[in-house]
Design a protein around this ligand. Structure first.
Ligand code: GCV
Length: 666
């Protein structure tokens, strides 16, 4: 008996497509039986179709290299593209690689699982090409089994400083490849202690085994790297990227690493960030550090994903000049064009840190000659800890759709990370993941929608939040149309509701510093992290205009002018960019203070509405799922209630302005 859920690979009995003769014979064209990924695709199809429809398909492997797919740019995408068409007697899946075939197989299984008609879906033939070359999950798993910002149990990769490989490992690979993930970083970006020894004999065999399992599902294994490994494990006294001894050490080390872990894709590096070592110590730039490693791993086909989360985390709260929001741009823009072609800069979606609302980082669309990757977070660090329901796909859609004005056309974030805008060699999207060894993988069962949705969206940025939510519900909870409608009506507004009862108008933070869950309006106000709301008795917000920190000017025009002006700035971000009186009137017609009161009262009421909708599902869905989410809603309501009352009371006490509607404020 498995101690974990199959999630969307649960393959329940289906009624539609039972008489579809084409499902009896599925031909794979472009690969043969020697391709391990295609063999896994065939197994998956057999299991899925047998369980869902009681069909035992004949799988016919074709000849390698006869595919008609054409190359148009990215080698990764060429290999992952697939075509599905109907033949007289069956279905043909065509691709250049086993991975393309596997994605085609999962496409068919999804069509059946959501009860779509196979003939209709493939009758005219489809060609599917992923939107982004790299679609990555970043685990923040520590080798002792803890997960930094993990809300769903312990790591399933590590326990007691050992690597764990079991049935769950393969099923994890199946789950994430089924939604199109093709890269996974298994360890925390904060590489310390045992994790520094990941690139030593202690772990090579297990990593090689893990890499093989992932490779069988078209996924490349990546590791987070301790930038100061030369000191930490190499016995040198420096990690200066220009020091010959350091370079020589890495050369030898990387030769060994890629020899022992042949499937390795490369490394993720957090340097000069929150106490982690980096090139700044030696007066070198981020480009010096990234390029040194990239040049060495290049001969093994490796890439260096280098994080841009570099800022001063020891700020004095009295200092109004230093602005953490500026830091990414200030530290990385000056070297645009200097990063080598197997370096990718991984940029958090906002300039601060995964708040419920932030502007898009100006680095994205600022950098014009550098490979870029967007980093989002599905681990709900600031968005409810997988206790509160917060379906994040609508937020990711907004980010992807953001127009950066970096070029005359194809200038959205989605365009840039797809590689189209800058013709980048490598690009894509990564999510800090939300999984752990809980039975349902993600703590709150509904948080599974973020894992599912991230993968689907990374693969196809055109999908809508609604489409993704519907697929998730149909494949994991129920096919019943009423249930699907009801669960979707919980997921879809949940991010907006979470935003309403937490921090207003883009200001962010106001959380308990120790956990990042629960309200504490001044929790970060007098701390060193550069995260302030600057509220006084007259107003609130951070002046990031040309008269303040100047952050707004880091954007391309017309975004810079829009954000720089309190009149033009969108309401939802107005306190991120401006310090405004409580009486300032928003575009909505409300004053800032009335907006705060209204959204908090509404947010709490709406959260109760979501919980009520969930209650009404009792008996209509699996009891275990029902109870799991019900219990979390209970906690969410306590949380939302606290946020509502604390925020409203705080600002009433600061401003002295009463609520127009005379509701209870403490
Ligand atoms: C992995 C935030 C989190 C840290 C995290 C860091 C990062 O500061 O609170 O836990 O560290 O971001 O993204 O590196």
């Amino acid at each position: 008996m498995k101690n974990y859920s199959d999630l969307w690979l649960g393959y329940k009995k289906k009624t539609h497509n039972r008489d579809c003769k084409n499902l009896n014979k599925i031909s794979f064209t472009g690969v043969d039986e020697t391709d391990a990924v295609a063999v896994n695709a065939s197994e998956e199809l057999k299991t899925g179709l047998k369980t869902m429809l009681d069909i035992e398909p004949e799988i016919v492997f074709g000849t390698p290299g006869v595919t008609g797919t054409v190359s148009n740019g990215s080698e990764i995408l060429d290999n992952e593209e697939y075509r599905i068409s109907l033949s007289d007697e069956g279905i043909v899946v065509e691709a250049k690689s086993g991975t393309g075939i596997l994605y085609g197989a999962f496409d068919i299984l999804r069509t059946v699982a959501v009860e779509k008609d196979v003939i209709e879906a493939y009758g005219k033939g489809i060609v599917v090409r992923p939107s982004n070359p790299l679609r990555m999950l970043n685990h923040w798993d520590n080798m002792n089994g803890d997960i930094e910002r993990g809300y769903s149990g312990e790591s399933f990769f590590f326990a007691d400083n050992k690597i764990v490989i079991n049935e769950r490992t393969r099923d994890y690979a199946r789950l994430i490849s089924s939604v199109g993930i093709n890269a996974v970083v298994i360890n925390n970006v904060n590489v310390k202690d045992a994790a520094s020894y990941m690139i030593t004999d202690r772990y090579y065999d297990k990593l090689a085994e893990l890499g093989e399992i992932f490779a069988g599902y078209g996924i490349r294994l990546f590791l987070s790297l301790n930038y100061a490994s030369t000191i930490e494990i190499g016995g040198l006294d420096s990690a200066d990227p220009l020091d010959e001894k350091v370079i020589a050490w890495w050369r030898t080390k990387m030769a060994e690493v890629f020899d022992r872990i042949p499937t390795l894709g490369g490394f993720l590096v957090k340097a000069d960030s929150e106490g982690r070592p980096g090139p700044f110590t030696y007066g070198r730039t981020q480009a010096d550090g990234a390029n040194m490693l990239a040049d060495i791993v290049k001969e093994y086909g490796g890439i260096i994903v280098w994080r841009c989360f570099v800022y001063n985390c020891k700020q004095d709260w009295r200092d109004r000049k230093t602005d953490r929001a500026r830091a990414g741009y200030d530290n990385f823009m000056p070297m645009d064009g200097e990063y080598h072609d197997n370096v990718i800069l991984q940029i958090k979606n906002g300039p601060m840190d995964f708040q419920i609302r932030e502007p898009v980082s100006p680095l994205i669309g600022g950098l014009k000659k550098t490979n870029q990757m967007l980093e989002v977070q599905i681990a709900q660090e600031y968005t409810g800890h997988q206790i509160d329901v917060c379906y994040l796909i609508p937020m990711f859609k907004e980010i992807l759709g953001f127009k950066t004005y970096c070029s005359e056309k194809d200038d959205s974030v989605a365009d840039i990370i797809s590689g189209k805008t800058l013709n980048s060699r490598y690009s894509g999207i990564a999510a800090v993941t939300n999984t752990g060894n809980d039975y349902n993988w993600t703590g709150n069962y509904l948080a599974g929608a973020n894992l599912y949705g991230f993968g689907r969206l990374a693969f196809d940025t055109e999908l809508t939040s609604e489409q993704i939510a519907e697929e998730f519900v149909r494949m994991t909870i129920s096919d019943d149309d009423d249930v699907v409608r009801d669960v979707m009506s919980i997921l879809l507004p949940s991010r907006a509701i979470y935003e309403k009862y937490t921090c207003p108008l883009g200001i962010g933070w106001m959380v308990q510093p120790a956990t990042h869950y629960g309200c504490s309006v001044d929790g970060y106000e007098y701390d060193r992290w550069g995260t302030y709301h600057r509220a006084d008795h007259l107003g609130i917000g951070v002046d990031r205009t040309d008269k303040g920190t100047g952050y707004a000017l880091q954007y391309n025009e017309p975004n810079a002018s829009m954000y720089n002006s309190p009149e033009k700035c969108p309401d939802e971000l107005v306190l991120f960019f401006h310090h405004l009186p409580y009486t300032h009137r928003l575009h909505s017609g409300k004053t800032v203070i009335q907006h705060i009161y209204d959204t908090h009262f509404e947010g709490y009421e709406e959260a109760k509405g979501l919980a009520g909708k969930w209650d009404a599902l009792k008996g209509r869905i699996d009891d275990e799922i029902y109870e799991n989410v019900r219990e979390r809603f209970e906690r969410q309501l306590i949380n939302a209630h606290e946020w509502c009352d604390q925020v409203n009371s705080y600002f009433y006490r600061k401003s002295g302005i009463p609520d127009e509607k005379s509701r209870t404020i403490w």
